[in-house]
Ligand binder design. Structure first.
Ligand code: FES
Length: 190
């Protein structure tokens, strides 16, 4: 560029052999370092994509291949002392229960109706009516469970006595060890 404008001028030849020549000499170095930097950024971006893709693929595989925690092990939770349960009268108890929600485990209060039978056996009912899930209670005068929503009634064994409830009360698995009543998973009854 300078050659075209200043050609023939003494200043031009001096300048071309001095600082301009030095400047033109370092231009390739600058271009090289910019090219290297650009390649480095591209490589880093690519590596980041690979790492993100791999981590998503591994998480997906773990999710698909490993069964949920609830299926891997049955969780037992202590709910009451056997000695504290009255004979033949249902007792409502609260106990902590962990609920698996995706990858999160939440601990919440759950409810059960426990019935201690004459032989020391314990039956535990889940607290929802089998019609539409309302909370029922023990009607001591009538001697059965009553759901206030649509008046379904259940016997002390959980069987349907009346109302729209389509099946008996669901039950928790029960384990008694060392005088403690522990509850496991809830299971429906046909
Ligand atoms: S929810 Fe209990 S009778 Fe309808």
């Amino acid at each position: 560029m300078f050659g075209g404008i200043f050609s023939g001028h003494p200043f031009a030849s001096g300048f071309r052999n001095g600082p301009l020549k030095a400047g033109l000499n370092i231009l390739p170095d600058i271009e090289n370092s910019q090219l290297l930097r650009r390649r480095f950024y591209v490589a880093m971006t690519f590596a980041l994509w690979v790492v993100m893709g791999l981590s998503m693929a591994v998480s997906g595989l773990i999710y698909l291949l490993l069964p949920p925690k609830s299926q891997r092990e049955e969780e037992w939770v202590e709910a009451a002392d056997l000695a504290s349960l009255p004979h033949g009268v249902p007792e409502e108890v609260l106990f902590p229960r962990s609920r698996v929600d995706g990858w999160m485990v939440r601990v919440e209060k759950a409810k059960a109706w426990l019935v201690r039978k004459p032989g020391g056996q314990v039956v535990a009912f889940t607290p929802q009516c089998t019609h539409l899930g309302c909370a029922y209670h023990w009607d001591a005068r009538a001697g059965n469970f009553l759901c206030p929503c649509h008046s379904s009634r259940f016997s002390i064994d959980g069987n349907v006595l009346g109302g729209p409830a389509p099946r008996p009360l669901d039950q928790y698995a029960v384990k008694i060890e060392g005088g403690k009543v522990s509850l496991g998973a809830a299971k429906g009854r046909a």
